[in-house]
Design a protein around this ligand. Structure first.
Ligand code: CP
Ligand code: NVA
Length: 305
C-alpha cells in the first residue's frame, strides 16, 4: 500500500480504517506464505525498557524481509548519557532506513519522529502500544473471521495497552469495554478520541464493573496491573485489582466461544489465573506469534517493499 510508505506510526490511530484492515490482511498473507516481500533496508531498535516479544519479533520480521537490524541499546549509545533526542534523531536518520522505539514518554517518540525523516514506529510508550494491537486484531480476525461488531472486553489497569485497544478497536468497528478500578481508568482524552473514531457504530464503554463488562464478550483481555516504571506501586495495587482478575468465574460471564488474550508477559495468579491462561479459550501464544506477522506487514508497508 503506497500511501503507508515513509509514514510514522506513533499511535494505532495514525492508521485509517482502510490501512488498518489492509495491514491485517497483508499480515495474514505473510503468515500463510502467499506474500513474500523483500527489502535490504536497516532497522534500528532503540529500547529504553525491557522486551522479549517486540524486540525478537521486530528482528525476525526484518530478517524475513531480507533486511538487517541494529540494536541501539541506550546503555552503550550516547542517548543513555544524555545526548539530546533532537540530535540523536538527526544522526540516526542519516544511517538507518527505519527506527522502532520503546520508551517511557510518548513525547520522546514524537520528538524522534519530528527530527528524523525515516519512519518511526512506537514499540511501546506509557501512552500506547500500537504494534501489540495489530497482532491482537489479527488474532481476533483469525478466530472470528469478521471482527466488526464483536465485543472485546479489557479488564485491569487503564494503561498503554488499554489505550491502543480502545483506539484500534474503535477504528476496526469492534465494541470495546474497559473495566478498571476507580482511579485507574484510561486517559480521558484517549476515551474521547476512541468515541470519535467509533463512527462506524462501535460501542465504547468505560466501567468499574468487571462482570457487566465481560457479559457476552467475544474476547476477554488483560494485562499486568503495574506496568514497567510502576513497580513501586505494584503491592498497593494488588488488593484494589483483585476483583478484576481474569479467572474461570469471570470467564463464565463471557460468550461461550469467547477467547482470552493477554499481551504478555503475564503475572499468573494476579491479573490472570494459570487455569485461564492454560485453558482452552486462551489464544495468548497465537497472539504473541502474530506480533511477528503484523510487524512484518507494517515494516514492509512503511519501507515500501
Ligand atoms: N507484549 C509485549 O510487548 O511484550 P514484550 O515486552 O516482551 O516486548
Ligand atoms: N502495560 C505493560 C505492557 C508490556 C508489554 C507495560 O507497559 O509494562
Amino acid at each position: 500500500m503506497k500511501q503507508l510508505q515513509g509514514r510514522d506510526i506513533l499511535s494505532i490511530a495514525d492508521l485509517s480504517f482502510e490501512e488498518l484492515y489492509y495491514l491485517l490482511d497483508f499480515a495474514q498473507k505473510l503468515k500463510s506464505g502467499v506474500e513474500k516481500p523483500k527489502s535490504n533496508k536497516v532497522l534500528g531498535l532503540l529500547f529504553y525498557k525491557a522486551s522479549t516479544r517486540t524486540r525478537v519479533s521486530f528482528t525476525v520480521a526484518m530478517y524475513r524481509l531480507g533486511g538487517q537490524v541494529i540494536d541501539l541499546n541506550p546503555k552503550v549509545t550516547q542517548v543513555g548519557r544524555g545526548e539530546p533526542i533532537e540530535d540523536t534523531a538527526r544522526i540516526l536518520d542519516r544511517y538507518l532506513d527505519i527506527l522502532s522505539i520503546r520508551t517511557f514518554a510518548q513525547k520522546d517518540i514524537q520528538t524522534f519522529a519530528e527530527y528524523a525523516e525515516i519512519p518511526v514506529i512506537n514499540a511501546l510508550s506509557d501512552l500506547e502500544h500500537p504494534c501489540q494491537i495489530l497482532a491482537d486484531l489479527l488474532t481476533m480476525q483469525e478466530c472470528f473471521g469478521s471482527i466488526a461488531g464483536k465485543t472485546l472486553t479489557y479488564v485491569g489497569d487503564g494503561n498503554n495497552v488499554a489505550h491502543s485497544l480502545l483506539l484500534g478497536g474503535a477504528l476496526a468497528g469492534v465494541n470495546v469495554r474497559v473495566a478498571t478500578p476507580e482511579g485507574y481508568q484510561p486517559d480521558t482524552a484517549i476515551v474521547e478520541q476512541a468515541k470519535k473514531l467509533a463512527t462506524n457504530g462501535a460501542e465504547i464503554v468505560i466501567t468499574d464493573d468487571p462482570i457487566a463488562a465481560v457479559e457476552g464478550a467475544h474476547a476477554v483481555y488483560t494485562d499486568v496491573w503495574a506496568s514497567m516504571g510502576q513497580e513501586d506501586s505494584a503491592n498497593t495495587r494488588i488488593p484494589l485489582f483483585q476483583p478484576y482478575q481474569v479467572n474461570d468465574e469471570l470467564m463464565g460471564h463471557a460468550d461461550s466461544d469467547a477467547i482470552v488474550l493477554h499481551c504478555l508477559p503475564a503475572h499468573r495468579g494476579e491479573e490472570i489465573t494459570n487455569s485461564v491462561m492454560e485453558g482452552k479459550q486462551s489464544r495468548v501464544w497465537d497472539q504473541a506469534e502474530n506480533r511477528l506477522h503484523a510487524q512484518q506487514a507494517l515494516l514492509a508497508c512503511l519501507l515500501g517493499c
